[in-house]
Design a protein around this ligand. Structure first.
Ligand SMILES: Nc1ncnc2c1ncn2[C@@H]1O[C@H](COP(=O)(O)OP(=O)(O)OP(=O)(O)O)[C@@H](O)[C@H]1O
Length: 235
């Protein structure tokens, strides 16, 4: 449950212009009367905050809070603001927060292109324009010409690229990366990791990365927070 006093602007009023990026403003989340985590952090556009912690420390819970689908079993206080908008009480579809997971989660009965068109916002009109937007995004992630591919025939790296393209098509203003490289083997992992962080920097998207791999944290290159003792510790 969100503490409405701590979240001062239920309609998404502007916070000061200095708060470009993703702001976790005095966020604390409790479960069954016990503090699970506390974070107070700003992620600048193009930067990635890495969150590490043992299983059960609250990493998925933090993402659920930022994305807007926190289970009512949790009590949360504090605000999450994105480029000057207070998201805290907005429904998930209004937040402009994109997610990348371990699995590409492509719909198997659709082509790669149709998976992308399915994710493309409805305000991109006209079938020709929609297809052009999807093809341009495929090209951006290194998969030009793969529009008609069957997802079942993609390699792990290609599927990860399609998942990135699908997330970016929704024009997210922030990205939550939930161990997106964990299923990839070592060489591929470095390649996809570089693609993701280059994209984040080039598009100036603030991101939060959950990982167990210190090499991911190093590649992300910005702040690292360790959770697990009820407090987030910036390292
Ligand atoms: N819907 C829920 N209701 C009650 N407790 C929950 C719920 N979801 C998760 N929890 C508990 O909240 C705590 C944090 O869970 P969370 O999934 O955020 O941890 P995590 O750090 O993401 O773990 P992992 O690394 O294993 O994915 C755990 O003790 C978990 O059992």
């Amino acid at each position: 449950m969100i503490d409405q006093q701590a979240s001062s602007s239920p309609r998404g009023d502007a916070v000061p212009p200095s708060t470009d990026g993703l702001v976790l403003d005095r966020v604390a989340i409790r479960l069954a009367g016990r503090q699970l985590l506390a974070l107070d952090h700003r992620v600048a556009p193009g930067d990635t905050l890495t969150v590490m912690g043992p299983s059960g420390s609250g990493k998925s819970t933090l993402f659920a809070f930022v994305a807007g689908f926190l289970d009512p079993a949790f009590e949360a206080v504090g605000r999450v603001c994105l480029n000057g908008r207070d998201l805290t009480l907005l429904p998930p579809r209004c937040r402009r927060v994109g997610l990348l997971f371990q699995d590409a989660l492509l719909l198997p009965h659709m082509s790669v292109g149709d998976n992308l068109l399915f994710a493309l916002p409805a305000n991109v009109k006209g079938s020709r324009q929609r297809r052009a937007a999807a093809e341009a995004m495929l090209s951006d992630v290194g998969l030009a010409g793969h529009f008609s591919r069957d997802p079942a025939t993609l390699s792990g790296g290609q599927a990860a690229r399609v998942a990135l393209a699908r997330t970016l098509l929704a024009k997210p203003e922030a990205l939550l990366l939930d161990e997106p490289f964990a299923r990839l083997d070592q060489d591929l992992r470095a390649t996809i990791r570089d693609l993701v962080f280059q994209t984040i920097r080039a598009r100036k998207i603030p991101a939060v990365l959950v990982t167990h791999d210190p090499a991911d944290a190093q590649a992300a290159g910005s702040a690292l927070v360790e959770i697990g003792s009820g407090e987030g510790t910036t390292v």
